[in-house]
Design a protein around this ligand. Sequence first.
Ligand code: HEC
Ligand code: HEC
Length: 353
Amino acid sequence: MKRFVVTLACAGLAVAISSVMAQSSSVAEKAQELREMAVNLFQPIPGSVTEVRGQAISQPQITLGKALYFDPRLSRSQTISCNSCHNLGTAGVDNASKSIGHNWQRGDRNSPTVLNAVFNAAQFWDGRAADLKEQAKGPLVNPVEMNSTEELVESTLRSIPGYADMFRQAFPSDPQPVTFDNAARAIEAFETTLITPNSKFDQFLQGSDTAMNAQELQGLSLFMEEGCITCHTGVNLGGQTFFPFGLINKPHPSILPTEDTGRAGVTKQAEDDYFFRVAPLRNIALTAPYFHSGQIWDLSEAVSVMSDAQLGQKLSPEDVGAITSFLGTLTGDQPKVEYPLLPPSSGSTPRPD
Ligand code: HEC
Ligand code: HEC
């Protein structure tokens, strides 16, 4: 994943788009002309994902990963699961500024959604994990999240008879399948099913002239014309590259706290100061509050912050409203997840602590 230093390169495109909006008469015509440009910048969410990191995903891995995702026994207190902070009933987030973890401690950043995370080129606000398998190991051992250890996760899982069987089916060629690493692989396999196809925007990309209304189309036009697409493109409209938050104007320290330098904390390079991963925008209408600091609750306010901070533009309330409506078309079909029955503990299962 590359770090980009920006020069805005969309001036020509902007002219082309404004003239499209001026000339076109009907909504259907506008839809067709905007689509010609949009399909070069964005891709729809596919119906399914069948492999990850070049490896096929099996149904037993998904079943195991789903149980682990919901199992609070992976945390030291045995009360916190992945689903506590990435609730699949609420678009894979907790809708809190900062998540609450072990012993009611609050973390430093807002929790991003797990939905469609498989399409991001790197995980976390600062991109410090390369993929979902590496990512899943983080919260398990993070002291302010689940506060476990690799050994405690393994001894807990090995003490639960039902899991032995599930790991064997998921990883049939491993002599000792119940490992921390395989637990992370299984969670990753389950996360590949947490995708949201069929949004209005995807229907539009795939040829429907009626999926998006006039205001939503106007918002898409502005999203492209104003230069949001310098950064927010691809299947997730983000998640692929790093840019400074505050490229043109630094947001207020309540939105961009000075102590969190983002990417620079990972690379230890001063030139990466305040670089963050371009946030993916799928299902953004459901995942307030916004930004890594989680201080902005209103999506239209987040749009204004972005246009000022990243583009140096003050947009009119109508334009902000149109872009916000466009962002609403990025809400796709939410995965229907049946709560799993978890295999019971045994006498040797470690007690909650
Ligand atoms: C206590 C709350 C909490 C728990 C429990 C938790 N997470 Fe997270 N998760 C977060 C926060 C906060 C971040 C962002 C941290 C950062 O960027 O530094 C995050 C980031 C992520 C991301 C990255 C998404 C993206 O777009 O970058 C994924 C995927 C994820 N978590 C999955 C999981 C899984 C799987 C588990 C269970 C093993 C889990 N989380 C447990 C709070 C939590
Ligand atoms: C120069 C790159 C760049 C441009 C241009 C840009 N963004 Fe962003 N955007 C980012 C980055 C980086 C973040 C993550 C900020 C953070 O760390 O909280 C982000 C975050 C967001 C968020 C919050 C996402 C969340 O999950 O909290 C929204 C909404 C958003 N951008 C919309 C827009 C819109 C609308 C435009 C055009 C008006 C735009 N962006 C222009 C880079 C950019």
